[in-house]
Design a protein around this ligand. Structure first.
Ligand code: GLU
Ligand code: ZN
Length: 495
């Protein structure tokens, strides 16, 4: 049997980390089993639908490099793959169910249903839900209601006896008494639009879906779907409901924890490789120890057996760590192309960089690469070159255990050593040794000398190594900045 799986998002918001993980698992499972990955857009909820969400779906999948074998744009044998283009199909199948005696027309007005609901609440009735008022309407009664111009909905006849079992690969069998299933859900609305249940089940069947991998929050609707398959006389697919993605506090991952949409991560300078690698690991493992997987590897080695039963915790720090590792695996040229938009956006370089800008970047990228966690970090790490910010915070110069006086002395004498040695062409190792000696003389830690020097030259505590920074700026500019900082600190001392 060929594996056919689908990702079936509703375009009602930006692609969320949890949704994308579902997409990845389906995609990798399809690839690893030489099956088909299908994209289906479940856009029947027209109130929550937005064009932006649909565009975000396409751009997110394409950024991640996830291609679908069948679906919108590319088409396929079982299309269309956008539910709003399939209304006729759902209407026909809903009528079929009525003809088979598995569903029925209901003409109840919203007012009647509302009154019913209030009554059930008021009397704390054990029975909650639709009262099957229209279950046994005669043809005459129906004709009369139709004559009044009332448009009916179609409801599924949920059996009142017996039990229904959802077989889930991960969770095992989930069995519910049929009488506990909310009675007679609407399948087709009076305007001819299907509800989620009807469209989802019909499409999974018609599209030949073999495995349904989706978020665990769909488990409660599982029994209803199985009843619907039985009503049609169809075989349900194999279910595998995926454990939730949670924040560190054990709550479902949400805005409170940080970014949740792939778009935000992308804008913040996360690489697709890092996101794919890490997100896949939130709830899946190969052998419990391998951590690095390229997309191509996952396309080969992904297994359903590796999916965890317990919820996965999304750790932002861990993702950042992965991102740093992937950044360091890039060549300088690749990294340049990746960081360029951030630098152009900030106004640091031209979109067609000048020769001088290229010279700076060639020097800047290698040491920056070692320090970046996200692509965006390039802005902070390179600001000292492109933005000459005069000193304003004297505290920045003072390292732990030092004070203004000792830091000023370290900066004055350190600059003297630094620039005279550089002008003589001494190597950085010798100069470093002299600076370490100076620290000892001043009874300071090594950083007591290096911090004021680095801050003087870059005006930032997050910066590249001293010698790299000087090389990028040029000796004259670096010396000018050091002198300016000395003046600044003297003023503060005398203030
Ligand atoms: N449209 C549903 C969603 O967005 C699909 C659920 C399913 O995969 O069956 O979650
Ligand atoms: Zn009714």
């Amino acid at each position: 049997m060929e594996v056919r799986v689908r990702y079936a998002p509703s375009p009602t918001g930006l692609q969320h980390i949890g949704g994308v993980r579902t997409a990845l698992y389906n995609y990798f499972f399809a690839k690893a089993s030489h099956g088909k990955f299908i994209l289906r857009v479940e856009d029947t909820d027209r109130e929550r639908y937005s064009d932006e969400s649909l565009e975000d779906l396409y751009s997110t999948l394409s950024w991640l490099g996830i291609k679908w074998d069948e679906g919108p744009v590319v088409g396929g044998e079982f299309g269309p793959y956008i539910q709003s283009e399939r209304y006729k199909i759902y209407q026909d199948y809903a009528k079929k169910l009525v003809d088979m005696g598995k569903a029925y027309y209901c003409y109840c007005t919203p007012e009647r249903l509302e009154a019913l609901r209030e009554e059930q609440q008021r009397t704390k009735s054990e029975y909650q839900g639709y009262d099957r008022h229209c279950l046994n309407l005669s043809e005459e009664e129906r004709a009369e209601l139709e004559g009044k111009g009332i448009k009916p909905v179609i409801r599924l006849k949920v059996p009142t006896e017996g039990k229904t079992t959802v077989h889930d690969l991960l969770m095992g069998d989930i069995t519910r008494k049929n009488r506990d299933i909310s009675p007679d859900p609407i399948l087709l609305k009076s305007d001819g639009f299907p509800t989620y249940h009807l469209a989802n089940v019909i499409d999974d069947h018609l599209m030949g879906i073999t495995h349904v991998m989706r978020a665990q929050e769909w488990i409660p609707t599982g029994p209803l779907h199985v009843i619907l398959y039985e009503a049609f006389g169809w075989e349900p697919p194999i279910y595998c409901h995926l454990p939730m993605v949670m924040g560190k506090d054990g709550q479902k991952l949400s805005k409170r924890h940080g970014s949740t949409s792939v778009r935000e991560f992308r804008n913040d300078g996360y690489l697709a490789e890092a996101l794919i690698n890490y997100v896949t690991l939130v709830g899946w493992s190969l052998d419990g120890s391998t951590e690095f997987f390229s997309k191509e590897e996952l396309e080969k080695c992904f297994t359903l057996e590796g999916i965890h039963k317990s919820p996965g915790v999304f750790d932002y720090k861990k993702l950042e760590w992965f991102n740093g590792m992937y950044i360091r695996s890039k060549s300088d040229d690749e990294l340049f192309s990746l960081v360029k938009p951030y630098l152009v956006d900030k106004g640091y370089i031209h979109s067609d960089p000048t020769e001088e800008e290229m010279r700076v970047l060639k020097l800047l990228i290698p040491p920056a690469k070692e320090r970046m966690k996200t692509l965006k970090d390039i802005v902070e790490l390179s600001s000292f070159v492109f933005e000459d910010r005069p000193p304003e915070d004297v505290e920045m110069y003072i390292s732990k255990g030092a004070d203004l006086k000792s830091s000023l002395e370290a900066l004055e004498r350190g600059s003297e050593i630094l620039f005279s040695s550089l002008k003589r062409g001494e190597g950085s190792e010798d100069i470093e040794n002299s600076l370490v000696k100076l620290a000892q003389e001043l009874s300071l830690k090594v950083n007591g000398v290096f911090q004021p020097l680095r801050v003087a030259i870059t005006n930032s505590k997050v910066s590249l190594p001293l010698f790299d920074s000087i090389e990028i700026l040029g000796l004259d500019e670096a010396e000018r900045r050091a002198k300016r900082s000395i003046e600044f600190m003297k003023e503060k001392e005398n203030a």
